[in-house]
Design a binder for this molecule. Structure first.
Ligand SMILES: Nc1ncnc2c1ncn2[C@@H]1O[C@H](COP(=O)(O)OP(=O)(O)O)[C@@H](O)[C@H]1O
Ligand SMILES: [Mg+2]
Length: 484
């Protein structure tokens, strides 16, 4: 739990760092953007002021021309015209004088004549550019033009426009953009924190649930309801994995319990028989009898331990088959011969049908597997009936043999479990038979070691164990494997 807490501290630290980073990047980008917006807006207003000054000077020029050539008598009318022109321009001032220095026209406002004292004045006049004039806490953009209509009719026009309006707009824009940057940065911080929280929370919940899975709670599954849709795939996979682990754990537990149980029975028998033998004085023959009986139990134990060791080796993939060519039909015949005395006693017969099959396999392993299958078949075949073994090629790579024996039908739910360790359909039969229920488990691990498959079928007519094996042991064709 402590680690969980540290983890969430770490997560908070991480979230804040990430959010700060994103917030900083957002602010920087917005800052750069707003700088360019402000600059271009400023340039735009400057261009507008210059255009306005130009327009006014041009109009004045035409008016002066009209005044000199068309109607020089009515001075008043021209002043009126000048005033009319300027009426539509806010804070635009004009001063006009003629060659002799007489004032032709002057608007109320700043004394534009003062600008003549600045050396830059003549520069402006020569270049036709505009300049900035600071006067009595006000700032103006000014333009100066010298107009020569004739040698006598020469005029100087000074036009100035107040820049307050322009800088007022720019500073307004600046304020607006600054507020925008602050709000956007704050939103991006909060948004990032929220986004991290929203994605982190389900992961934390998931982690807590996963941490609560222990070997004692393997039956727990992560509920799909606690995670968002995008994690459902992972949770499914995790739950499936848990199911597989639980299954293995369960088998392992059962296996240990089964071993203890299977070993206890013969040991108890040995203890009881020995105690009885020792409780009174016995003749040599009686002792011999007890020892024979004990020997049987020792052999049962020994066989069981050998089988278990074999299975343990198979589990650890320590079984390495010694590959030789094997004639399966010949092998079956040999094993039938071995069981001849037993089947005669039980009045059972064998029928071996099918082709001569040569496959690559381990002689000892295959003998052991077939021996187990035939001894099972003999045990469950009613007296007077026949065990049938059939061999055939499935295709050029695979062969199949089926060991079929008549007898009681095995219910379908038992069929897949027959190959489990210690699994017996009828638990009570153990003392009559000899096996502990690991015969088919061994057959299965042998067949799988030889890269084959095994399954069981059963109906009223017979019970059939079906084995498929590759002819060549290094055979690896995925298409054929699917047909198993
Ligand atoms: N040929 C068969 N006919 C009917 N039942 C079978 C046959 N082979 C196996 N079984 C069933 O499968 C169980 C497991 O077989 P096996 O692993 O060989 O164990 P065991 O022979 O020690 O009982 C048997 O207990 C029996 O119930
Ligand atoms: Mg058996």
């Amino acid at each position: 739990m402590l680690s969980m807490k540290n983890n969430s501290h770490y997560n908070l630290f991480f979230s804040i760092r990430l959010a700060t980073l994103i917030c900083t990047i957002t602010s920087i980008i917005l800052f750069i953007l707003s700088y360019f917006i402000e600059r271009s807006f400023e340039n735009y207003t400057i261009k507008q002021n210059i255009a306005e000054l130009d327009a006014v000077i041009n109009t004045m020029q035409s008016e002066l021309y009209a005044r000199d050539y068309l109607d020089s008598s009515n001075n008043n009318r021209f002043e009126q015209n000048f005033s009319l022109i300027l009426a539509s321009h806010y804070r635009l001032f004009v001063y006009i004088e003629d060659k002799a220095g007489h004032v032709i026209f002057n608007t109320k406002g700043p004394d534009l004549l003062i600008t003549k004292q600045h050396p830059e004045f003549y520069q402006l006049m020569a270049t036709g550019k505009t300049g900035i004039w600071e006067h009595k806490n006000h700032s103006y953009r000014i333009a100066v033009a010298k107009i020569s209509l004739t040698d006598d009719n020469q005029y100087t026009i000074i036009a100035a426009i107040g820049r307050e309006q322009q800088s007022h707009y720019v500073s307004h824009l600046h304020e607006g953009l600054t507020i925008l940057i602050i709000i956007t940065s704050m939103i991006s911080f909060v948004w990032t924190m929220a986004a991290i929280y929203l994605t982190q929370k389900p992961i934390e919940r998931l982690t807590t649930r996963i941490q609560s899975v222990t070997s004692k709670h393997l039956n727990e599954r992560i509920p799909l309801s606690i995670v968002p849709a995008k994690f459902i795939g992972i949770v499914h996979a995790f739950n499936d994995m848990l199911a597989r682990i639980e299954d293995v754990f369960q088998r392992q537990r059962n296996f240990t319990a089964d071993i203890a149980h299977e070993i206890r029975t013969p040991i108890t028998n040995l203890v009881t028989q020995t105690q009885i033998a020792l409780s009174n004085a016995r003749t040599t023959d009686e002792y011999r009898e007890v020892l024979y009986s004990n020997l049987e139990e020792y052999e049962r134990l020994s066989k069981m331990i050998t089988d278990m060791l074999f299975l343990a080796q198979a589990d650890n993939k320590q079984l390495t088959p010694e590959l030789v060519d094997i004639n399966l039909k010949a092998m079956f015949t040999m094993i039938f011969d071995y069981f001849e005395p037993v089947i005669e006693d039980n009045n059972i017969s064998f029928d071996l049908e099918g082709e001569d099959l040569i496959i690559e396999g381990d002689r000892l392993m295959l003998t052991r597997a077939i021996y187990n299958l035939i001894s099972n078949a003999i045990r469950y075949t009613p007296s007077g009936q026949t065990i049938t073994v059939s061999l055939k090629h499935l295709n050029k790579n695979l062969i199949q043999f089926i060991v079929a024996n008549p007898g009681k039908k095995i219910a379908p739910e038992h069929l897949p479990k027959l190959f489990d360790r210690f699994y017996r359909v009828d638990k009570s039969r153990q003392r009559n038979g000899e096996g502990a229920g690991i015969g088919l488990a061994i057959v299965k691990s042998i067949i799988e070691t030889l890269k084959g498959k095994i399954c069981a079928e059963s109906d009223e007519l017979s019970t059939r164990i079906i084995v498929t094996l590759p002819i060549k042991n290094d055979y690896q064709n995925e298409d054929d494997k699917l047909r198993y």
